[in-house]
Design a protein around this ligand. Structure first.
Ligand code: ATP
Length: 296
């Protein structure tokens, strides 16, 4: 049995002269959360569009649940749910009506539709506002409704394109909880994000996409390990970070760094030591890439 929900090999896509995906390869194990992390324009949406059969690749191949995204388009569509960056729900209808409509469009009977709608409203904590028109919903409620609508029919793989972009911290955390529960139910989730913390919190595996190329792939821990064990932060008296210095974590490294920086610091400078964040990883990886490109 195939253990991969998604397999991508040497995938390429260009628009005119612009190379958007430059030969990327990776696999996603079934029942896991995979995060594709990258800045604006890195090619994340293009990859989701290819994997969900909305766009064809120029070269390479991709399979979802063992089905080729070009030659077995329909089988792929039967295997996936997709939630894009912009809510695809009808603003004039209520939350209840939106889910009911999708249930009926998906072929459920009126009775099944009522049951499924009630279940999804409860699950996404939308029962209290089920009778209100969507145009009165907050961003977080819309995003939850959007996800609920895309999950009307059970599918093994869920694509989420920047699911929490623009949401406040509380709404973001509530969506994270829902995404983790979907994984517990056995779904494979492929999400794109610009938030390093999101990838860190949710993903079993993270790929860092930069200018159409995967510049790193692994667990949050292995990615953090690539830039060393600890980061030394120097803070001024207002508790603002004035310098962050990656270190290997060894005592000799600390000693050497302190010997170098201490003579230049005001006496009230404080020092804290923390594990590297994914932000550090991204900055380090992209800077390394730029340096290597400049040397080539
Ligand atoms: N249909 C298209 N025609 C021409 N260029 C496109 C098309 N779709 C995407 N692009 C270009 O491809 C590049 C990658 O876009 P993509 O939307 O995949 O990036 P992204 O990482 O999802 O960014 P964002 O977070 O802003 O959505 C961008 O420069 C974009 O302008």
């Amino acid at each position: 049995m195939n253990t991969y929900a998604i397999e991508v090999s040497k995938l390429r896509k260009s628009y005119g002269k612009q190379t958007v995906l430059d030969g990327i390869s990776f696999t996603v194990a079934k029942g896991t959360i995979f995060a594709l992390l990258g800045p604006n324009g890195a090619g994340k949406t293009t990859l989701i569009h290819i994997l969900s059969t909305l766009t064809d690749p120029d070269d390479g191949f991709a399979r979802v649940e063992g089905h080729d995204v070009v030659s077995a388009r329909n089988a792929v569509r039967q295997s996936i749910s997709l939630t894009g960056q912009f809510a695809a729900v009808d603003e004039v209808l209520t939350g209840h009506e939106n889910i009911m409509m999708m249930c009926r469009l998906s072929g459920l009977s009126p009775g099944e539709s009522r049951l499924r709608t009630a279940e999804l409203l409860r699950w996404f904590e939308l029962d209290a506002s089920a009778g209100k028109r969507v145009k009165t919903y907050s961003g977080g409620m819309r995003r939850r409704l959007d996800l609920a609508v895309s999950l009307v029919v059970h599918r093994p793989v869920l694509f989420l394109d920047e699911p929490t972009t623009g949401l406040d911290t509380v709404s973001r955390r509530s969506l994270w909880g829902i995404i983790l529960r979907l994984k517990q139910q056995g779904m494979t989730i492929f999400l794109t994000t610009q938030y390093l913390e999101e990838a860190d919190q949710l993903a079993d595996e993270i790929a860092v996409l930069d200018h159409g190329r995967i510049i790193a792939i692994g667990t949050a821990e292995t990615l953090k390990a690539r830039i060393g064990g600890e980061v030394i932060e120097l803070r001024n008296q207002r508790d603002e970070i004035v310098q962050s210095i990656p270190t290997s974590g060894s005592i000799h490294d600390f000693q050497q760094i302190l010997n170098e920086v201490a003579p230049m610091c005001p006496p009230d400078t404080r020092i804290t030591i923390r594990k590297p964040s994914l932000d550090d990883v991204f900055i380090t990886l992209t800077t390394k890439e730029q340096k290597e490109a400049a040397l080539a």
